[in-house]
Write a protein that binds this ligand. Structure first.
Ligand SMILES: Nc1nc2c(ncn2[C@@H]2O[C@H](COP(=O)(O)OP(=O)(O)OP(=O)(O)O)[C@@H](O)[C@H]2O)c(=O)[nH]1
Ligand SMILES: [Mg+2]
Length: 249
């Protein structure tokens, strides 16, 4: 993608009041980059902080305040729908708000989107690139990725990374309305659908840094969903993927 591409970063938030301003500053440091915050009525007032950021950066920061049942997958579906409708945007990125995803990788992801439909910011391209994770967390994530690849036949090394960059028109091909997963599993479901719809999937290496502020929202039910989803995808869609592989860059 050319360096003058317009980029919209969609970031879901739940209790990220300390982290969000730092993330937004990092993203807006890049020309032609915009942010869409999808807040789920955070009790810590992240939504108000997001509104203040939108007021301070008119035309570059937008906020979607969700009501009703909260969830990462639901938030992404709503935010990505808005992103797809933005005719002025070339690339749509997904990023966590907890500063695990460094905005300095955005140009590398955008550059790789020149010949891919989706580019994953990957923690597992050259060994394991995570900072401040306990060993059990590394094992869990590494196991999850092996498991997902074995069951779904997906090729990327990092199928659960939430740092991604899509060509907007490729994202528009995905059946967002029929996606049902909500936690990490939503990210796997998106990738599975991308592969099924013939998207070219690339990966670029990132270093993932565990959050310093705020709390993880990963729960037992989210982990259970992650165990079941690969099988659900495999049996719902028949034999699955296999054709379109991941390309390391
Ligand atoms: N809108 C919305 N955002 C959420 C929800 N749950 C998590 N998030 C956001 O999704 C991103 C990832 O959530 P985390 O809690 O960091 O989960 P994680 O990154 O998988 O886990 P950790 O490694 O423990 O940080 C963060 O920006 C969260 O604020 C939710 O229910 N709704
Ligand atoms: Mg996190």
């Amino acid at each position: 993608m050319n360096p003058t591409a317009s980029v919209l970063v969609v970031t879901p938030t739940y209790n990220e009041r300390e982290n969000l301003p730092i993330l937004v500053r990092g993203v807006l440091a890049h020309d032609k980059h915009h942010v869409l915050v999808v807040d789920d009525g955070s009790p810590d007032g992240t939504g108000t902080i997001a509104d203040e950021l939108a007021a301070a950066h008119p035309g570059r920061v937008e906020v979607l305040h969700r009501t009703g049942a909260r969830g990462l997958g639901r938030s992404y579906v709503d935010g990505l729908r808005m992103a797809i409708a933005r005719q002025d945007i070339d690339l749509v990125c997904q990023m966590d708000a907890d500063l695990s995803h460094d905005p300095s990788y955005l140009p590398a992801l955008a550059a790789a989107a020149a010949d891919h439909d989706i580019v994953i910011g990957s923690r597992y391209l050259h060994g394991v690139s995570v900072v401040n994770w306990p060993l059990r967390r590394i094992f869990l994530s590494a196991f999850a990725n092996r498991y997902i690849r074995a069951v779904t036949n997906l090729a990327p090394r990092d199928c659960t990374s939430g740092y991604r960059c899509w060509r907007r028109e490729a994202l528009a091909r995905l059946p967002l309305d029929s996606m049902v997963s909500d936690g990490y599993a939503f990210l796997v479901e998106m990738l599975y659908e991308a592969n099924r719809h013939g998207c070219r999937i690339g990966e670029v290496p990132i270093i993932f840094v565990e959050r310093h502020q705020g709390e993880s929202k990963v729960s037992t039910s989210v982990l259970l969903e992650s165990l079941i989803t690969p099988w659900r995808l495999r049996f719902r869609r028949g034999k699955g993927t296999g054709s379109a592989g991941r390309q390391a860059l």
